[in-house]
Design a protein around this ligand. Structure first.
Ligand code: SF4
Length: 454
């Protein structure tokens, strides 16, 4: 399918081919689904929200509920305020959420709808809430939209007068429900009282019960979001998705924040576990020490298969930074590292990681696309692709093993239930990488070299 991708790389400034990101509202919608009894609302045309819902449903294999202002020509010319007013009334009347989280789209941003003014004008039923965020898709990516929606919740709901409490707010970053479960398990082992915000576990991996529920058990309760204002501290896991919402909370409610890397791999998980244990005023529990030891054991056992293998890593910036840190720990060699999310902070972060190791030449690029990554690979192939499903065509065209991690993974099942964060996530990730490399070796070796015992 991509066999005809040309080898010659030419400079492109106004065109992305096979972009390594999607649009802001997808992230805003996912953030809103992590709030209990929340209805995400897309202020734009029905086509936009169909795309956003479909995208999330394909990754999580779960229905992603959301509503739309259903712009037609009239709203596009005269403004979408009346549509939003009608939508809010209908949503509360028909679907009865506790809160509606409105995000904008390209269209409503381009015509200049003032969402804040529109919402001020709307009569919201007693006890119900409408929050909003601006998420123009021609800026940033779905990660930016996720961060903007979190900031929108905090601006509207976090209460600076909330009673001071000893809880730690944990912003998990743009991760799967399986990752959030793992983070909560680690926090519970360390004994740190916490508020996970947002929390898509129990929503985007709700169990099959034979009964459809529009608002499953999971999601951060509204009272917990209000109580963020009284938390002792924030642990923001991933600077690209969480630093800005943490900053908004700090400015509004004076809650100090520590921005940590997404806890993928040994070092980053150590940082998270240590911060959690210190926050709880306890030693790191033995169970976590043991898990760490098992991860190190696996890394050592399979080292001959990892060592010096070249890897192309691509996806969301926090996830990619975590994956790069981990493959460096495994003794692998990142050769190409790209994200679709713009921002020089990404190149600085990856360059800083690479400087800790001496792994040779590595091309790092933000606001990149997979077409260019493919061209680089055509010029100098790698041993492994590590990233989203969108690398599948490159993997097929170049006959390179692909390990799926990050968002989105559209062509496999079960991945969103299982973590890549924490020591357990590291074990899973290391196993997936070793399996892919060893399967390739088995496929390519001569019959007499096909070993059963490794
Ligand atoms: S028009 Fe904009 S908001 Fe709508 S789906 Fe396309 S990129 Fe996303």
């Amino acid at each position: 399918m991509l066999d005809l991708t040309p080898k010659t790389v030419s400079e492109r400034s106004a065109l992305r081919i096979n972009p390594c990101k999607t649009c802001q509202p997808v992230g805003a919608l996912y953030a809103a689904l992590g709030v209990h009894r929340c209805m995400p609302h897309s202020h734009g045309s029905q086509g936009c929200v169909s795309y956003h819902r479909t995208f999330l449903t394909r990754h999580f294999k779960e229905p992603a509920v959301a509503t739309s202002s259903s712009f037609t020509e009239g709203a596009s010319v005269f403004g979408g305020g009346p549509n939003l007013r009608a939508a809010v009334k209908n949503i509360f009347d028909i679907y009865d959420p506790d809160i509606i989280a409105v995000h904008t789209t390209c269209l409503s941003e381009t015509i200049g709808d003032d969402l804040n003014a529109c919402i001020q004008d709307i009569s919201v039923p007693d006890g119900k809430i409408v929050v909003h965020a601006n998420t123009p898709s021609y800026v940033g990516s779905h990660v930016t939209g996720y961060a903007n929606m979190l900031s929108g919740f905090i601006r509207c709901l976090a209460d600076p007068r909330a009673a001071k409490n000893d809880r730690t707010a944990v912003f998990p970053g743009f991760v799967n429900p399986g990752d959030i479960r793992e983070l909560k398990r680690i926090l519970s082992l360390t004994g740190l009282p916490s508020i996970m915000f947002p929390d898509q576990s129990g929503v985007m991996d709700a169990p099959m019960t034979n009964t459809y529920v529009m608002y499953p058990q999971g999601g951060t309760p509204l009272d917990d979001i209000r109580a963020l204002g009284g938390c002792a501290r924030v642990l923001a896991l991933g600077g690209f998705a969480c630093a800005e919402p943490a900053d908004v909370l700090d400015k509004k409610c004076k809650v100090p924040c520590a921005v940590l890397p997404m806890p993928v791999g040994v070092g980053a998980t150590d940082a998270f576990v240590t911060a959690a244990a210190e926050g709880a005023g306890r030693a790191v529990p033995e169970e976590l020490e043991d898990e760490r030891g098992r991860l190190l054991d696996l890394m050592l056992d399979a080292n001959p298969y990892f060592y010096n293998k070249s890897v192309a890593v691509y996806g969301d910036p926090d996830t990619v930074a975590g994956l790069v840190a981990f493959i460096l720990e495994l003794g692998m060699r990142p050769r190409y590292v790209v994200t679709g999310t713009p921002g020089e902070a990404f190149t600085r972060r990856i360059t800083a990681l690479l400087q800790e190791y001496d792994t040779g030449n590595c091309t790092v690029k933000a606001a990149a696309d997979l077409f260019e990554l493919h061209q680089w690979i055509k010029n100098e192939p790698v041993d492994l692709l590590l990233g989203t499903s969108y690398g599948k065509q490159i993997a097929k065209a170049e006959d390179i093993p692909l390990v799926r991690a990050g968002f989105p993974v559209l062509d496999r099942y079960g991945h969103s239930y299982l973590p890549i964060v924490g020591y357990q996530g590291g074990i899973r990730l290391a196993k997936m990488i070793a399996d892919a490399l060893m399967d390739r070796q088995d496929r390519d070796c001569a019959d007499e070299d096909l070993e059963v015992v490794m």
